[in-house]
Design a protein around this ligand. Sequence first.
Ligand SMILES: Nc1ncnc2c1ncn2[C@@H]1O[C@H](COP(=O)(O)OP(=O)(O)OP(=O)(O)O)[C@@H](O)[C@H]1O
Length: 272
Amino acid sequence: MMENMEQDKVPAENLETVFSVDHVDIFYGNYRAVRDVTFTIPKNKVTAFIGPSGCGKSTILRCFNRLNDLIEIFSLKGKINYHGQDLYAPDIDPIEVRKRIGMVFQKPNPFPKTIYDNIVYGARVNNYKGDLDELVETSLRRAVLWDEVKDKLGESGFSLSGGQQQRLCIARTVAAQPEVVLMDEPCSALDPISTLKIEELMHELKENYTIVIVTHNMQQATRVADYTAFFNAEATDKGSKVGFLVEYDQTENIFGNPKHQDTKDYVSGRFG
Ligand SMILES: Nc1ncnc2c1ncn2[C@@H]1O[C@H](COP(=O)(O)OP(=O)(O)OP(=O)(O)O)[C@@H](O)[C@H]1O
């Protein structure tokens, strides 16, 4: 059994920590899906989660904006701090958390509304006092979609290609002015060209946001991520599988000079 090693907490190079995950276990009912995860996520960087199916990547990602709270049987042991504040403290409002920590999903999910209304939806709900036109332009520019849609803001979000829809969803997330953008396999439904566009976009977004991405595509992790966490799953004596963090480091080390044999095997395509 692999130990969780202290150095796997990583980012040392004087980076500000956004999330600090401390000995976290995650349960669905009695089933422990993830065990004893400890690491930190640095500000204004892209951090990728990789690992075989079922090792708990999405489960951990969804803890960062308290999305798992919507699952009745979910529970968490240990601590996740967000800028030093306990994200699961009783006085923390999960809805406020989700405003600051946005999420982009695997399949683009624009609202059945115009491009413009997709972007301003959250602002309208929150009685945003600023200029909506400006918000639309800024958000679409940040998602590198403005030039493609500026003449058709009144058309349905569904009229766009899959890749454009995903950038629209990113623009919608950005319009809520989050600090963190979580991405759960954001390119898995996209063609290679749209994928590259989203990857380029991530490089630009990290100037303003902290990004955490789950990806099955290892080339993608090497292209976009500053840090990479490799998770694995092992069988328990109850016959189920539990996910755990094997190794966390700068992406170039995970792929070029991993410390653990399992990481080596996974990144060289020998399993998973
Ligand atoms: N809502 C849920 N209820 C019960 N069990 C769940 C739920 N969501 C996930 N699990 C279980 O938790 C474990 C981790 O799942 P998770 O989806 O986080 O893994 P993953 O690494 O993201 O997998 P994939 O790469 O296939 O998306 C799996 O055994 C899964 O079946």
